[in-house]
Design a protein around this ligand. Structure first.
Ligand SMILES: C[S@@+](CC[C@H](N)C(=O)[O-])C[C@H]1O[C@@H](n2cnc3c(N)ncnc32)[C@H](O)[C@@H]1O
Length: 288
């Protein structure tokens, strides 16, 4: 019978052949999850025999990963801002960079003088941004989490309920901000921003498994962003802000787009974890 360590070695080789960039780590994550162990506990149990009843389940997980399915979909769980979230193939797996968007949003909201701000998360997916803000903001607030995909909203609602945020985070189907007759203090978004022609060059994990509509936005990737900027200029309160994620190469175009909208008074760009420009903050003119 194989030991845990032997199974990890065997799985690592298979994942390496399948072109996975982190085969050892992935093998460890697969087995640790199935055995209900942390990675540290796994190392301490290296010499233990693999429980017989786990073998076929582990083989199934390994096969899925060899076919390049992301681990988050295999486990139906991911972590965002330290918060475990349910995910399935209806939603994009939240990325670590997007946690910085939450950081910037919370910092800006802290400066706000509005006692109970209304915040909108456009294209909420599994609800990651809305939930992280809802759990970490230190003041009463209302959050509207929107998505055009009903399947995504179903996932978001499940996560909102998991954290008892139902009275704060309201999941609503909407095409960008269409039909939302509200005025917000903050509009946050990680919108689709990949250009059509870039889709083919993305990793198999993304192309084969993540929803295309959550990533691709027309021939220049700006289809949704153009609308987001325009519609936010109407839906923000004076002094409110729009904060969204972009591709680094879109900076110049975005600066041009925003310069044409007189309702905004300032545009600021922020970097991601690798030092690339990844976020834009636009502040609406008015009091503050
Ligand atoms: C890049 S994903 C971001 C998901 C989540 N906010 C996150 O950061 O993990 C973009 C989301 O926007 C949604 N979306 C795409 N087009 C939309 C539109 N026209 N209106 C509203 N949401 C849209 C997609 O369904 C998807 O959930």
């Amino acid at each position: 019978m194989m030991t845990i360590k032997e199974w990890i070695n065997y799985a690592e080789k298979k994942l390496c052949l399948a072109g996975i960039t982190s085969p050892r780590l992935d093998a460890e994550l697969l087995i640790a999850h199935q055995l209900g162990l942390t990675r540290e506990q796994l190392f301490l149990n290296y010499a233990q025999p693999l429980p017989e009843e786990k073998i076929s389940l582990l083989e199934q997980c390994l096969k899925r990963r060899e076919q390049r399915e992301p681990i988050a979909y295999i486990f139906q769980e991911t972590e965002f801002y330290g918060i475990p979230l349910y995910v399935n193939r209806s939603v994009l797996i939240p990325r670590p960079d997007t946690e910085l968007l939450v950081e910037h949003a919370l910092a800006e909201l802290k400066k706000s003088l509005t006692p109970s701000p209304l915040i909108i998360d456009v294209g909420t997916g599994c609800g990651a941004i809305a939930i992280a803000v809802g759990l970490h903001i230190n003041s009463p607030c209302t959050i509207i989490a929107t998505d055009i995909s009903l399947d995504a909203l179903f996932v978001a609602k499940r996560n909102v309920a998991k954290y008892n945020l139902d009275s704060i985070v309201h999941c609503i189907c909407s095409d960008v901000l269409a039909g939302l007759e509200v005025q917000a203090e903050a509009i946050l978004a990680n919108p689709p921003y990949v250009a059509e022609c870039e889709w083919k060059s993305l990793m198999p994990e993304i192309r084969y498994y993540e929803p295309r509509e959550s990533l691709v936005a027309g021939c220049d990737g700006l289809l949704i962003i153009r609308r987001l900027i325009q519609e936010s200029s109407v839906r923000l309160n004076p002094g409110g802000f729009l904060l969204f994620e972009i591709a680094p190469q879109q900076c110049k175009k975005i600066a041009e787009l925003t310069a044409r909208i007189s309702e905004f008074r300032a545009v600021e760009f922020f970097d991601d974890l690798s030092g690339q420009t990844r976020f834009v903050m636009l502040k609406k003119k008015g009091k503050k």
